[in-house]
Ligand binder design. Structure first.
Ligand SMILES: NC(=O)c1ccc[n+]([C@@H]2O[C@H](COP(=O)([O-])OP(=O)(O)OC[C@H]3O[C@@H](n4cnc5c(N)ncnc54)[C@H](O)[C@@H]3O)[C@@H](O)[C@H]2O)c1
Ligand SMILES: [Zn+2]
Length: 569
């Protein structure tokens, strides 16, 4: 029978008091699936509590209702179904459930069950005391009934011992089990993942900042202080296995390399590490080829994993290698710079530089997982950190006024890297980027363009100075001031908003102007930067804080006037 299983649901079974309903609800929340409790359905349908149905109509009638409810429930898809503790005993029910769902049984010791039921009854005396407790020796009754059902519970695909675990922990186990089973049991069709609110911040898993959901891949972005310790665990949850190749630069590897290797080995992964010199020059075809050689020599296979441990340079390079070696290997990002956490690690743009231009060679290749531990920012050089704040502020400016307020109210705590607030800011910023790229994975529909706020002038400044004077975020900060002023000049944005943005950038120690540069050099570089020849530059401007607009009709003399303004102290 098992061979024709078409798994579309998750079934949670087990004795009373094992937390079936709450766990099923929590799993549904985390997967964004529907939730259904067969007992609840019966109560809804009959308008009577279960105990009353037993009393008035007899157990046979209840089982009949239960069978009908289960039959209907099995027609659902992507539903987490909690079933009554005795339902699985019926062979007809079991047959149906096993055909369409992965059955997970929650187990607990009789003592635990007794205690939980007792507590529940005490907490909510309105509910009819469970028949199980209304006998002389309830513990013994639980033992007997449980033993009699055990052979049926044993038919579940997976059993979880819930003693000592919280509902959240059990839910996490259920999800892990479902992923493992759908991978290792070929007769189980993989659990489909339904459309989620992409880029939305999920409340249910403390570590998940958002889910990036693109046409080619959907993956979680985890953000949390101390999360590096859970790297192996999160990889296993994402069903990653095989040998892990850690790609990192010398700076980052010297700080976190051995720790990461240790965590991976403890989690059972074989590990090889490839360490490259830090700096943008390394993001090249030369180093990509060195990495291919390394992977060939270590006999890397298609199911092995590449882990990018470092800033955006490492992420882009390692991702490019992952995209191309063996026509694509699983990979994940462990960003360690602020830019990488909120920007470079999200969205799947990977690539290397060409001597003639940055990022000229590349691909869109989404990772399987992103795991950011803001604690690693404590070792990031101050100037790099400051530069990263520019992209964080940018995300607020284009889409989220509330987030801008949050940043304004917490400047000193954020710049001091206070863990909890820092993680919140990074999670929100990453979620904004995720939301945008989820709508326009390959930058075809123009929605991704708003991420270029501040970048038109920034690219001009960077190119005019041969990428030597400004860090990217510094140039972006100046570019944002320029774009806001331009918005004001075109009558889109009030001056108060321009000043508000400027004040925030300054509080984060970012530059808001420049000097000593030839303005025509900058405009020429801006022209060159445009993706399509002959077309006008697409300016990302602001209508309000948190509200970006795109305009292609900005007169050149206005741009020049703004550049001039940016040079004035
Ligand atoms: N793919 C994308 O969507 C995307 C987006 C933005 C930027 N990028 C790319 O990202 C790169 C810039 O990223 P970046 O600013 O992270 O640069 P980077 O990777 O060069 O890192 C900056 C410096 O910080 C060091 N460093 C990183 N993490 C550290 C830590 N925790 N402790 C101590 N030192 C640390 C690095 O060794 C390096 O010297 C560029 O190549 C850019 O093109 C890509
Ligand atoms: Zn940028």
């Amino acid at each position: 029978m098992k061979s024709d299983r078409r798994i579309t649901n998750l079934i949670i079974t087990g004795f009373s008091g094992t937390g079936k309903s709450l766990v099923a609800m929590e799993v549904a929340l985390r997967l964004n699936w529907d939730f259904l409790d067969t007992d609840d359905e019966i109560v809804k349908q009959t308008g009577k509590p279960i105990a009353e149905i037993f009393r008035q109509d007899g157990e046979a009638r209840f089982r009949e209702l239960e069978r009908e409810t289960i039959r209907k429930a099995c027609q659902q898809r992507q539903t987490v179904i909690a079933i009554g503790g005795g339902a699985i005993v019926d062979p007809q029910n079991y047959e149906l459930l096993a055909k369409t769902g992965l059955i997970v049984c929650l187990e607990a010791k009789p003592e635990t069950i007794y205690e939980r039921l007792f507590r529940e009854a005490a907490r909510d005396p309105e509910t009819v005391v469970r028949p199980l407790l209304a006998v002389d020796n309830p513990l013994e009754r639980i033992r007997q009934l449980k033993a009699s059902r055990q052979p049926h519970y044993a038919k579940a695909d997976w059993t979880i011992h819930t003693d000592g675990l919280t509902i959240g922990e059990v839910a996490e186990e259920v999800i892990r089990a479902s992923r493992l089973l759908s991978r290792t049991h070929p007769h189980l069709s993989p659990l489909p993942s339904r459309e989620r609110k992409s880029g939305s911040q999920l409340e249910s898993d403390d570590d998940i900042a958002c889910v990036v959901e693109t046409g080619t891949q959907s993956y979680p972005v985890f953000v949390g202080c101390g999360l590096l310790d859970k790297l192996g665990e999160k990889m296993k949850q994402a069903a990653l296995s095989g040998t892990a190749t850690v790609i990192s630069d010398e700076n980052v590897f010297s700080l976190y390399g051995s720790k990461v290797e240790g965590i991976l080995k403890d989690a059972g992964f074989a590990v090889n590490s490839f360490v490259v010199p830090p700096g943008e020059e390394t993001k090249s075809m030369d180093y990509a080829i060195k990495m291919y050689d390394f992977l060939v020599n270590h006999r890397a296979e298609r199911d092995d994993i590449i882990i990018a441990l470092g800033g955006g340079m490492v992420g882009d390079l390692a991702g490019f290698v992952a995209a191309t070696f063996l026509r694509g290997m699983p990979w994940m990002q462990v960003p360690t710079s602020l830019v990488a956490m909120v920007d470079a690690s999200i969205g799947g743009k990977v690539g290397v530089n060409h001597p003639e231009g940055k990022n000229l060679i590349g691909a869109f290749y989404q990772p399987n997982l992103v795991l950011a531990d803001p604690q690693t920012l404590t070792t990031l050089p101050k100037r790099e950190l400051t530069s990263g704040w520019a992209e964080v502020i940018k995300h607020g400016m284009i889409l989220d006024e509330e987030f801008v307020q949050f940043m304004e109210s917490n400047v000193s705590r954020l710049t001091k890297l206070e863990p909890e607030l820092l993680a919140r800011a990074i999670a929100r910023s990453a979620a904004i980027k995720a939301q945008v790229v989820s709508q326009d994975e390959k930058e075809r529909e123009g929605k991704r363009t708003i991420l270029n706020y501040g970048h038109t002038i920034a690219h001009g400044l960077e190119a005019a100075t041969q990428y030597k004077s400004f860090l990217h975020g510094e140039a972006v900060a100046i570019g944002m001031v320029g774009a806001a002023k331009l918005s004001q000049r075109l009558g889109l944005l009030p001056s108060a908003a321009v000043e508000r943005q400027q004040a925030l950038l300054q509080k984060f120690d970012l530059p808001t102007g420049f000097s000593g540069l030839d303005l025509t050099e900058i405009t020429r570089a801006m022209e060159l930067d445009k993706k399509v020849k002959e077309k006008a530059i697409r300016w990302v401007l602001l209508q309000d804080i948190g509200k970006a607009v795109i305009r292609s009709d900005v007169p050149q003399q206005d741009v020049l006037a703004i550049l001039q303004e940016l040079t004035e102290p």
